[in-house]
Design a binder for this molecule. Sequence first.
Ligand code: IDP
Ligand code: MG
Length: 136
Amino acid sequence: MSNVEQTLSIIKPDAVERNLENEIKEIFKNNGFIILEEKKIQIEKLEAEKFYKVHETKPFYNDLCAYLSSGPIVVMVLEKENAVLENRKLMGATNPKDAEEGTIRKKYGISIDKNSVHGSDSVENARIEIDFFFKD
Ligand code: IDP
Ligand code: MG
């Protein structure tokens, strides 16, 4: 049975700033993802707070939201078989230090906060996050 899914990916400010946008998009395409939608935007801190609301009780919440709104980001809808899990695997662990060889965070991540990419963590959250950026 096929299980084509969509997931939300974000190329975070640290990666956009280092002009890694095209390289990272190529990695997604080379791994069988189709980029259905994409846009480069900069969001307000209040929007970042809404996007990361699930983390609002965490000690790093304020810094995280300040960071995501600190510069341009590229938000994309990626499609593939089992896209949510496949994207999480390709991204690697949250902390680049723990990320496996061949993952995006291993290759480009600077630190646990500047870890270059975001990816939805479940099909349900993927839908919510895609709507957050692309529903108009
Ligand atoms: P994920 O991005 O791998 O799904 P989450 O736990 O959802 O990781 O955390 C969201 C983002 O918050 C991470 O990508 C990272 O940028 C940041 N973050 C997570 N844990 C920490 C931490 O302990 N210190 C600082 N930033 C963190
Ligand atoms: Mg997460």
